[in-house]
Design a protein. Sequence first.
Length: 613
Amino acid sequence: MSSESLRRALCAVAAISFACGQAAPQPTDPPPPDVQIPPPAPSIDVSISLSPARAQTATSGQLSFSASVTGTTDTGAIWSVAEGAAGGNIDGKGLYTAPLTAGTYHVIANAHADPTRSATAEVAVTAPLPPTQEQVVTISPQSLLIQTGGEAVFLAGAPGTGLVDFTVLEGADGGSFSGGLYVAPSNPGTYHLVAASRDDPRLTATATVIVRSPGGTLIPSSTIVAPGGTVQFSSSRPPDETLSWDVVESGAGGTIDDGFFQAPTTAGTYHVWAYPSFDRSITRMTAEVTVRPDPVYVTVNMPHTTSVRPGWGAAYRATVHGSSDQRVTWSIVEGAAGGTIDADGLYSSPRDHAGAFHVVATSVAVPSASATATYETCIGDGCGHHFRDAGGAVLPASVLYALFWGDPVAFPADLKAGIESMLRGLDGSAYLAIADQYMRGAKTITRFGGSLEDHSTPPDSYDVGPEICRILDANGVAPRTDGQYFLYTSAGMTSGGSACAWHMNTTCQEIPIQISFMPNPEITDAGACNAPDDLHCSSSASKTTRTWQNYTAHELMETITDAHPGEQRAWTAPWIDEIGDACAGRLSCVPLGADTYQLQSEYSNAAGSCATH
């Protein structure tokens, strides 16, 4: 090898050795221009932190947490609660919902890029503070019907000493007060009673009294009928009033139901009387019924049938008294417009329209002897109902309280938040406004007052009213006359009860209050009270919470329109009772506030059917 070849070979070896990292130039030596030096590999160091690191909320309260992930482009976090479901729950966006039980719990966020890296926040969950006691005056009843010269007792609550002074806004023209006893004036009209705190006369509450004059007439005022004949009575009183009906001669004088009278079969003169239900001392309206001594007369098996659908019918049977010939001919007073009936008494009402139709059975042997049956049809949910005012207390303005009694684990995790959000959303809703037509000129308003909890176990048998008073006392919450108190229990219906829920009026510390009892629907009536329906409304409530929300709406609306059912009734309908009863089971998606709830309809006189607005 020549010296030049040797020199070139050595240079090549030196270049290769340098490129392979076997030798390095001195710091002052520049690298060869054709050699690329890779950058050092990055060091992966993911970290995560939580904000806030410590927080506090009440039971069932909510907190929003945020996670900050550094050291990676994947900034996602995996959320959990260290104590599991007992410590609450948290969604994928960091929204934490506290459990029903107070305590200290821990929210954990793991970095999605490196789940071994985590951060923990401590949450102190406290029992909610009792509802604040407002400096207000309340009065009960808030509205009443009364006759001229009639009397009624009003009660009021006030801060401080609790003492109030009653006055009539219209002065002597509107009646007078003696203590809490109101005496109506001799002139009918609408008057306003004011209760003012004796400690601070600026604090007042007002009740409305509608005074109506006595008297009136029954229509017809007298009539003559065959033995067993029927008469539909009406009156000259305002049509919204509930009338109470009686037969003076009791059972011997026939029967009457909401003005429909059936005479006895014994000839004679009998008397029907009626009076407004709000005051039995009002002058009775009287009608005279004379029953003829017909030797042959006809009766039918169903003298009055109501609230059925167009096209439905009945199998009528007739009895001819005083004759061995039982043959009758059948006819309809309204002719073809009233439906059809065959020779055997099988009746079909018209399919294309509703109304009251009259079927007549006439004796073949004695054509002057006949009997008439009334068959009424109607269209729509709750058809045939018409609610009338018996004059008792209604509750245009009320403050709503939710009381939860029992082991928190026995309640659905979403119950407390679901009930509270529903009660908050009621005010100003079209659903609540259904009650306006029954408020005697007032507008219905509600406000959520707060929630209370009692974690003791309900016994098998107890009186609901005293238990509600006990829970209020234990939490330092004074009862108020405009309060509606809903008691939700982990147990089923107390012994002796059978309904899925109910409402009534009672007293706490001599203050009249409205209460509703809400036993656990999963237990009550072997679970039959837990509604199976799910209309997929926007509310994400659990099945049992949906059921409780529906029963809450039912009892709340009935309390507003018939506040003192144990004393003097307000708005009721024959055979059906209150506005919620007429529409029980007819569920709809009802917007309240920011959410939509699965609730039953309520009966509306204005709509003539069940309605949600």
